[in-house]
Design a binder for this molecule. Structure first.
Ligand SMILES: C[S@@+](CC[C@H](N)C(=O)[O-])C[C@H]1O[C@@H](n2cnc3c(N)ncnc32)[C@H](O)[C@@H]1O
Length: 332
């Protein structure tokens, strides 16, 4: 916020611009204006207008605005849909609108949209979600490995034969990024079997499958084995667990870490200012879709971690898109 005097105006413009952008996107989707175009297929404003029997001038202005939004790109005198517009045709299409539409019901009845935090729902819900999470969390996972490599130079995570446990791994995005950065690293992913299908495909495609093992099933019940891990990651998991469940899972991870091993807890609790709106909306979304969903702050998690034996702590924000994430690192 540059000038307090203009704060009201800034708030107004922020709201108006978000509304304008999402309204525009929604209309383009609902009217299926760009749906027929494949990636790389060129079209002109005249062709688009003729195809839908639109007037030319507003069609041109619409295309220019979509260009500013990053949804179409210029290709010579023509246009092409952008990579993200192409992705938005799939699972991401409605930008979670169904969650927001449920807010009035939640406010009046207290009933969340879908209970993703129940054991019965978790497996089938996350089977769908983790693929998009992989895309969304990749910059954060890459940065995590870079930061850890610098912060803990003694552990030599880029060259040493380190072993990583990824709990509630989903797509495996956190664990796998250690493997992409270091050909000697190995990792074990713990999650539901149906969810791990996604990670198994990724590991084969990226030729890291010989270095990945799996602990399939309810992670509250599965055995993580003897202390053998240098690092454990728990990404976007603590916010769907009760305090007691978090406590239990921390203890299990503590027992599976080697002396001096570290647990990295990643969640939407970074401090980068640019991520403030993403963090608020994330918590609102969690409240809409879960009963117990809550982003526990590092100050809330730390006492639970200390109780199970972790000794030292450090916190770092992840200054990369979506700017909302942070990592709390607890050392055994
Ligand atoms: C929000 S996702 C996070 C996935 C991944 N760590 C990430 O950050 O992209 C939570 C993950 O925890 C898994 N999960 C939740 N409860 C579980 C349980 N009781 N047993 C095994 N996995 C569980 C879900 O299947 C899901 O993959």
């Amino acid at each position: 916020m540059q000038n307090k005097k203009y704060k009201d105006l800034e708030v107004y413009f922020d709201l108006m611009l978000s509304n304008g952008a999402s309204s525009l996107y929604r209309i383009v989707e609902e009217m299926e204006i760009l749906n027929s175009y494949t990636l790389g297929e060129k079209f002109s404003a005249d062709e688009l207008a003729a195809k839908h029997q639109f007037k030319l001038l507003p069609t041109k202005v619409l295309l220019d605005t979509l260009m500013t939004l990053g949804l179409v790109e210029k290709a010579g005198d023509s246009y092409v849909i952008s990579n993200v517009m192409n992705l938005l045709k799939g699972n991401y299409q409605n930008l979670s609108s169904e969650y927001w539409a449920h807010l009035p019901t939640l406010l009046k009845s207290g009933t969340p949209f879908k209970r993703m935090d129940t054991v019965e729902n978790s497996e089938k819900e996350y089977q769908v979600q983790v693929k998009s999470l992989e895309w969304m969390m990749t910059p954060c996972a890459e940065l995590t490995v870079e930061l850890i490599s610098k912060l803990h130079s003694e552990t030599n995570i880029k060259e040493g034969a380190i072993n990583v446990l990824d709990v509630g791994a989903g797509s495996g995005v956190w664990g796998f990024n250690f493997l992409y950065a270091n050909p000697k690293a190995t990792c074990t992913l713990a999650d539901w079997p149906a969810v791990l299908v996604v990670a198994k495909e990724t590991s084969k495609r990226n030729k890291i499958d010989s270095r990945v093992s799996y602990i399939e099933g309810n992670f509250h019940q599965s055995n993580f084995g003897e202390p053998r891990f240098d690092y454990a990651t728990l990404g976007n998991v603590t916010h769907i667990q009760t305090p007691e469940e978090n406590h239990r899972i921390f203890k299990k991870i503590y027992d599976a870490l080697l002396p001096g091993g570290r647990l990295i807890i990643l969640d939407a609790y970074g401090k980068v200012e640019e991520g403030a709106l993403a963090r608020s909306l994330y918590q609102m979304g969690l409240t809409i879709r879960t009963v117990q969903g809550k982003v526990y702050q590092p100050s809330e998690l730390q006492p639970w971690l200390s109780e199970v034996g972790f000794k030292t702590f450090e916190f770092h924000s992840l200054d990369v898109v979506p700017y909302s994430m942070g990592m709390l690192i607890a050392k055994k």
